[in-house]
Design a protein around this ligand. Sequence first.
Ligand code: SAH
Length: 476
Amino acid sequence: MHYFPVFADLNNRPVLVVGGGAVAARKVNLLLKANAQVRIAAQKLNAELTALFEQERIIWIAKSFSAEQVRNVFLVIAATDDEQLNERVFRVAESQQKLVNVVDDQTRCSFIFPSIIDRSPIQVAISSGGSAPVLARLLREKLEALLPQHLGAMAEISGKWRHKVKTKLKTVTERRRFWESLFNGRFSQLLKNRQTEAAKKELELQLDKDYRGGFVSLVGAGPGDAGLLTLKGLQEIQQADVVLYDALVSEDILELVRRDAELVFVGKRAQGKQVTQEHTNRLLADYAKQGKRVVRLKGGDPFVFGRGGEELEVLAQQHIPFSVVPGITAAIGATAYAGIPLTHRDYAQSAVFVTGHRKADASDIEWQTLARGNQTLVIYMGTLKAKDIAERLRRFGRAGSTPVAVISQGTQETQTTQTGTLENLAEIAEHAPTPALIVVGEVVALHKKLAWFGEQKLAQKRPHFTLESLRIERVA
Ligand code: SAH
């Protein structure tokens, strides 16, 4: 870190500006915004500075610069076109350990001015340390566009209420939850529409709520591509105290979890169980009882072969409040990216999602229904049983020539789709990377026509601005 960023309180504090031209005036205007007491040493003042002088907003202390002018000020700015004079100001300030800036001469600066985005009291200062000012400016423009104008009003009202909120809500966690729900909710909307009074009422209303209790949110993370996470899901993972996630949740999604949240891996696979479902259920309840905001993050959708229902039953039994945020299930996401429409007027009037991995005591699957024509069958957790599945489907009437696809790592950059027919499904499935889905039905034939775009796009590195801008928007 070459420069140390600080926000200085210059209110009524003296600052010396040497120079009386346009460059000096620019800095003076900035300093006046911060209510600094501006003292100017200059032969003459330009029209703008003269006006400020006549309005007594600045003090014209002398016609020329002298060392003692530096003694009682906090900052020194040299903005003259006389290089020797600038050099002298710099040396004098340095010898008195005053922060000094010679405008447009980085070698003679002990501090520099950042690019500023002003949503007072929220301020963002950007600097490239002088190495790439254009980049800093572009970044500033981007942030300006992202940070809504009502941000300032939001912070200002919050500032006025801080003390009251602190008296009413005793712990840091309660207060954090209160502010988060406020900034993400109606309060923010109302301020955006400039309904200040209604926003204040909303704040009071929210302050009466109880922020102590634990809460569990079951969130579907989608099949992998972080862009498929819902906005509501994003909100939940950014407000969580603890996130329990399983193996299907992608790295990109975990990147979006609130930095301070505790991450707990509770993954299990079809083979080699690592964590039992009972253990996960217990963890969820325990964390919630400690008053934490818990997110149970699951691949795809929590209610589609995700055992989400079982987890909620346990919470309900113990009267722990919960919510569910659906996600895009693998069958929807992976087929979309593979260019396989689940239904099609010519080929499939229904789509059935089924698991190839059954509870030991489950009654046998209705193969007759599954083998019906004009239907797309999507099989989760089926690759290990592919041989058996293909045989049964054929035995119950599905033609051996029915097109099939095995989609691996759907919606991720590594997604692959292998196609064939029911006859060779077992061979394709055997070596397919996991996680993988089997799709059976005539719609698979459309893959060749419709996939090139989706999968080619996946193969290219996705631009990162999608995730980054989401993150920034939430802050706003
Ligand atoms: N709740 C999840 C499914 C969990 S069951 C959902 O809604 O998607 C786990 C199975 O889902 C895996 O064995 C695999 O068959 C399928 N699956 C999950 N993610 C996948 C992905 N990205 N690509 C292909 N199949 C996936």
